[in-house]
Design a protein around this ligand. Structure first.
Ligand code: CMC
Length: 423
């Protein structure tokens, strides 16, 4: 079978054969036959903007792999820092590389006192922690003069370490501020995830000892959220990165994209939906209202996955482990009944709507004590490693600046009217 397509310009009768490579056709080839004819593709639904070797996703079959490793194996056997190294460097670290990486990340957890005392303390008392995080990320670029030196591998690696290491510190600082609680300095004797929980919850005890089951569960959630190829925030990272902005500014842009309820906010919407349903008796009526088009079943459906989201399967297991420690989230039974009802209903099965990553993750976060406004922040902590992996890949690919075309649908040329003659 020939791996190519032939296009014909019916205005002229001219034809051209274009090879299909890696599942795509090159726009540059297309332009040779059709200069000035653009692909109209709002939301980039059918446009591949880059080649990437980081994450493989097959939405038909529910497959997700980082650098070739199945997400199930990583969630079962790896740790978040192991996965972060893998995403950025392309290979799993050797024991020596891993020790060095953990040491480096651990020793970059502190933030400059000016950032905490002057910058973060300047926010309004009830500031949203995600808004604080986005701003603090952008502010970080002003603290590191080598941040703009993006083609110097040594400087680039330094910023990567700083960003991965400081995310939990910034996240916890934003939370503590929004609760009027004192800042907790990083405890470098603790691992990445345990240290984050210590910065979140420590009060007056000499050392915060997080429950190891909860530490592992959160670490698994971090693994599951570390990358998801060309989603909205990663596209923002690549777009800003393509202008050769420093990585702090690009990460702030990516985090801002994640702040939106269509991207990082769906698990919060799930909790609100479950709370409003309130009891098992109301599930059938709620499903009927979804089918009538009055509302959506939050945490169901996905642009890419048209079968069970593999991350949702893993999260469901993690939820059981967490609830064994925290006690069951009372909303869980409603979620389970919703899932059971939906998966046996033709409306959902015919549209291939299955639970996605957000259906159960909010229940776990809530049971662990995180308030709803921290959910996107919890997403941003691990996704930083994915964003940075894409940023490095982009710089190494010698890519062009992101600059899409538009189809102009506005006014034709018309003459300016002075204000005195406008009615
Ligand atoms: N509840 C009820 N009906 C739905 C839902 C849902 N959650 N999702 C899709 N549909 C229906 C939709 O009404 C349409 O039906 P019809 O063909 O009769 O008009 C059909 O399914 C296709 O929907 P669509 O809106 O064209 O699908 P999309 O690919 O544009 O949207 C989605 C994907 C995730 C935005 C959507 O499924 C949705 O709104 N889900 C609820 C919100 C949610 O859980 N978001 C988190 C996504 S996972 C995040 C991540 O991976 O990081």
């Amino acid at each position: 079978m020939t791996e190519s397509i032939t296009i014909t310009d019916n205005r002229t009768g001219a034809s051209m054969e274009i090879p299909i490579q890696n599942g795509g056709v090159s726009e540059l080839d297309w332009q040779k036959l059709l200069p000035g004819i653009w692909f109209y593709d709002p939301g980039f639904v059918g446009t591949a903007a880059c080649e990437s070797a980081i994450t493989y996703l097959d939405g038909e079959q529910g497959i997700l792999r980082y650098r070739g490793y199945p997400i199930e194996q990583l969630a079962e056997q790896s740790t978040y820092l192991d996965v972060a190294y893998l995403l950025i460097n392309g290979e799993l670290p050797t024991p020596t590389q891993f020790d060095e990486w953990c040491h480096e990340v651990t020793y970059h957890t502190f933030i400059h006192e000016n950032l905490r005392k002057r910058f973060l303390d300047g926010f309004h008392y009830d500031a949203h922690p995600m808004g604080m995080l986005v701003s603090a990320l952008a502010a970080l670029s002003t603290f590191y003069m080598d941040a703009k030196d993006i083609f110097n591998p040594e400087a680039r690696n330094k910023q990567i370490l700083r960003l991965i290491a400081k995310m939990p510190t910034l996240a916890a600082a934003a939370y503590r501020f929004s609760r009027g609680m004192p800042f907790v300095y990083p405890d470098n004797a603790l691992g990445f995830t345990a240290n984050f929980l210590s910065m979140m919850w420590k009060v007056a005890e000499p050392r915060f000892e997080p429950d190891p089951v909860l530490v592992r569960a959160l670490d698994v959630l971090f693994i599951l959220h570390a990358d998801h190829e060309q989603n909205c925030s990663t596209t923002a990272m690549r777009t800003v990165g393509s202008s050769h902005a420093d990585p702090y500014s690009a990460t702030a842009a990516a985090a801002a994209a994640l702040y939106g309820p269509r991207h990082g906010g769906a698990n919060e919407a799930v909790i609100r939906m479950l709370t409003s349903i309130g009891s098992l008796d109301n599930v059938d009526a709620f499903i009927a209202s979804v089918k009538a088009g009055e509302t959506r079943l939050q945490g169901f459906g996905h642009r890419v996955y048209k079968s069970y989201d593999p991350r949702a399967r893993i999260i469901k297991r993690t939820a059981d482990e967490v609830f064994a420690v925290t006690g069951k989230n009372p909303l869980l039974d409603i979620a389970l009944k919703l899932e059971e009802t939906a998966l046996s209903d033709e409306y959902f099965t015919s549209r291939r709507l299955y639970p996605n990553v957000d259906f159960y993750s909010g229940l776990i976060y809530q049971a662990m004590g995180f308030p709803l406004e921290m959910f996107p922040v919890l997403f941003a902590i691990p996704r930083t490693s994915g964003w940075l992996a894409h940023w490095v890949e982009l710089l190494e690919q010698d890519s062009r600046i992101a600059r899409p075309r538009q189809l102009y649908v506005g006014e034709e040329k018309r003459d300016f009217v002075p204000i005195s003659r406008r009615h």
